[in-house]
Design a protein around this ligand. Sequence first.
Ligand SMILES: Cc1ncc(COP(=O)(O)O)c(C=O)c1O
Length: 373
Amino acid sequence: MKIPLFDLTRQYKELRNEMIKKIDETISSGVVIMGQNVEEIEERIANYIGVKHAVAVGNGSDALVLALQSMGIGKGDKVITTPYTFFSTASAITRLGGIPIFVDVGEDFNINVDLVEKKIKSDKSIKAVIPVHLFGKSVNMEYLKSVCDRYGVKILEDAAQSIGSEVSVGGKRVKTASIGDAGILSFFPTKNLGAYGDAGMVLTNSDEIADKVKILRVHGSHQKYVHEEIGYNSRMDEMQAAILNVKFPHLDEWIDKRINAASKYSELLGDAVVCPAVPKDRTHVFHQYVVRTERREELREYLTNEGVGTAIYYPIPLHLQQCFSFLNYKPGDFPVAEKLSKESLAIPMFPEITFEEQKYVANTIKKFMEERS
Ligand SMILES: Cc1ncc(COP(=O)(O)O)c(C=O)c1O
């Protein structure tokens, strides 16, 4: 059996006719930049997440930069984030001349909010925090928000992997990307809602932040050829927006299928490896299903030989990346992130995965463990 980590083709088979029709309509309309599709997906996602504004941009990495800049982060500003995330969470800070301040994660892969509180208390110059809802599960936002509100620290939620996931805040269940001063999404093709190219979005309830992101995405101008700011070219194109509009009505159904598949994996795997846990106050949308084992490298090779796709998110924590050496972190600074980077392994997860395929993946993992015990 061959089971890929992720399979875009199965979803496309279902949507092909509708997709081709929508793309044809879009090109035939003659408007391929900043048209009706972009407006439509902005409105749909703003309603879905439960925020006043959604501003579509070129990709999730730019969404982070444009949001941070619109929140007033700039040269020399300190921004706390996790060393256990995709590169661009931290590079967004440095792209604006800011300073990433890493804080270790907990065993659940998300930033340790106790340590964030400690850092904020000890350094009054911290301007903002970027929590990352890694693999599709929210950070403890109730706690993080109470700390940040107390000290006047801003929050930008990196919800690139967590569209649709919820968490309890103030007695209400709310969606990630709606809790901080702003939030971002990525629609990279492999994401739970993916385009067929690059696309991203900034979400916020602030008129001021939304307006600033809107001008930054088009060279810093409200009016063509009149530039108030030095902005960027970072628009979501109409084709990607059209694709997202075809896919969006299926999002919740796809998330349910992921959640279903995740609970089957956890049942099938038992204690062969450490499976992801889901606290009661949150929904995990399983962008990735990541297990842990001290035998990660051997297991990965074994799975590859047996036809099972895997990936390591992430093999090198950001504080140990060469490009961030100027920040002067060293091995041992963030022991949990360093341990997780050696133990984590993502196994196949996508809405269309079959129970037969899941059984094969789980049995192969169990066989490996048995052979070595
Ligand atoms: C946590 C996180 N933040 C930011 C991004 C950046 O998104 P994009 O690839 O759309 O630039 C990603 C995408 O992989 C991500 O996983």
